[in-house]
Write a protein that binds this ligand. Structure first.
Ligand code: GRF
Length: 198
């Protein structure tokens, strides 16, 4: 059985590319869904023959309508797992209800530290000596869902946001591929806000 995965991405798409490169008998990427018509991830998908759907927030009357359209765009591909890999919008109630405990996200910090869109900047501003990467199940909060895997990355003297983020992304790419591969082989369970791959 090959796990069907839909990837959500808004930007450059290097995490998406890592997933594409790691595809194997255990999981396949059935579509890329993005909110950003200029996302670099689109070109990566197209050059690999992966179907793309663009669901742009500004094309909808409000967030709820956008949320419904996003859900429909994902459901079209009947994924067993949805991977938010640099998707820069908070998912709405409709999307979460359609894929309960079946959406995971990668975040560039050791959650619960530094949630939100500026995790790397916030770690630097706090003077942290280490930060890292977290893969977690998505819930209704911002980066608050059950943690699946984490790995630390040291903050080095002289680090700026770009340099530190790039070192974190090296870890994020590997961790995300490992987690998706493990879920594909063993399944993901969530009980009492604890995520287990078994
Ligand atoms: C990653 O650090 C992800 O955690 C964050 O945005 C970055 C996406 O990088 N939310 P890319 O677009 O996959 O290169």
């Amino acid at each position: 059985m090959t796990l069907k995965v839909v990837v959500l991405a808004s930007g450059t798409g290097s995490l998406f590319r890592s997933l594409l490169e790691a595809r194997n008998d255990s999981f396949e990427i059935v579509a890329l869904v993005t909110d950003n018509p200029t996302a670099g991830a689109i070109a990566i998908a197209s050059s690999d023959g992966v179907v793309v759907r663009v669901v742009e927030l500004q094309n909808f009357a409000d967030r709820a309508e956008w949320d419904e359209a996003l859900t429909a765009a994902i459901e079209e591909f009947h994924p067993e797992l949805v991977v938010s890999a640099g998707f820069m919008r908070v998912l709405g109630a409709t999307t979460l209800a359609a894929f309960p405990n079946r959406i995971i996200n990668t975040h560039p910090a050791l959650l619960p530290l530094y949630p939100g869109a500026h995790a790397v900047r916030d770690a630097l501003a706090a003077g942290a000596s280490e930060t890292g990467s977290t893969v977690h199940v998505v819930d209704a909060g911002v980066d608050t869902g059950p943690v699946i895997a984490q790995e630390a990355v040291a903050v080095l003297a002289g680090d700026d946001e770009a340099a530190l983020h790039e070192r974190i992304k090296v870890v994020e790419r590997r961790l995300l591929v490992e987690v998706v591969t493990r879920i594909a082989k063993h399944g993901l369970t969530v009980h009492d806000r604890k995520a287990t791959i078994a």
